[in-house]
Design a protein around this ligand. Structure first.
Ligand code: NAD
Length: 265
């Protein structure tokens, strides 16, 4: 294990963010997960599927605590003051910040004719502006670290378009462009910036939206059919890749596909 670092994972209450938090803990690092922490049992979300609840975040902290030092803090990445507060809470809890994982995201789909302006704005607010606001909030703390990195969760949807997915794909292409831009802008400060491009991971995005009303078996079957390596990706696959991207000393500006060969560009 290298030097222990402090890692802030947005959207860390569940799904890929939780897997990333777990991998950093297993590698000996300290983790703050930050998520919406809506009403205690969910139901506070205005989105097309439920986003993380306060109890979901509390449960993740409790379940991962045996692995290492993990805490949770509320965060809305679309709100600049909330981003500042989450960074401040991390620095206060752990004494600094070395790695920011911009992982919070939302999905939605719909054709050109049916997709509303409100839904378009919400996708870009969370998936794109959220990365900017969190990076800005964390920049000074990262500059103070002697070994800092940012990992942005983009997607293979940031490498190829798909019908009914213009907003989501557009937002993830933006994340790849933001990653390259900040990689150049922050290189002089010694901050490495990379993107992680997950393929298909069976989280709430799939079960509650993209394949809602379809069984888990049909998700697995569809993935077996279309992914060269024959299986969907896991949150553990994403965690392993995120730790690599955050700790590889001479890697910056890349957008790494973790997609079983489904996307190669
Ligand atoms: P998820 O819905 O389980 O996790 C997303 C998390 O982000 C949730 O905990 C949610 O509460 C949080 N979040 C949403 N809006 C937020 C906000 N405004 N402020 C703070 N937190 C907010 O889904 P997931 O699949 O784990 O998604 C994680 C990331 O991975 C997203 O950026 C997503 O776009 C990306 N991704 C997922 C897949 C996949 O197949 N699941 C593929 C490619 C990329």
């Amino acid at each position: 294990m290298g030097k222990a670092r402090t890692v802030l994972v947005t959207g860390g209450a569940r799904g890929i963010g939780r897997g990333i938090a777990q991998s950093f803990l297993e590698a000996g690092h300290a983790v703050m997960i930050a998520d919406l922490a809506l009403t205690p049992d969910g139901g506070g979300s205005d989105w097309t599927y439920e986003l993380a609840s306060h109890s979901e975040m509390a449960r993740t902290v409790e379940e991962l605590a045996p692995l290492g030092d993990i805490r949770g803090t509320p965060l809305d990445v679309t709100d600049a003051a909330s981003c500042d507060a989450a960074v401040a809470a991390t620095v206060e809890a752990f004494g600094g910040l070395d790695v920011l994982v911009n992982n919070a995201g939302v999905v939605d789909s719909g054709t050109l004719e049916t997709f509303s302006e409100e839904r378009w704005d919400k996708i870009f607010d969370v998936n794109v502006k959220g990365v900017f606001l969190m990076t800005r909030a964390a920049a000074d703390s990262l500059r103070a670290s002697d070994d800092a990195a940012i990992v942005n969760t983009a997607s293979i949807a940031g490498k190829r378009g798909a019908p009914s997915m213009a907003a989501y794909c557009g937002s993830k292409w933006a994340v790849v462009g933001i990653t390259q831009s900040f990689a150049l802008e922050l290189a002089g400060d010694g901050i490495r910036v990379n993107a992680l491009c997950p393929g298909m991971v069976g989280t709430a995005m799939w079960s509650d939206h993209l394949m809602a009303n379809q069984s888990n078996e049909s998700f697995e079957q569809r993935m077996q059919d279309i992914i060269p390596l024959g299986r969907p990706q896991t949150v553990e696959d994403m965690g392993q890749a995120a730790v690599f991207l955050a700790t590889a000393p001479n890697v910056s500006g890349i957008a790494l596909n973790v997609a079983g060969g489904f996307e190669m560009r």
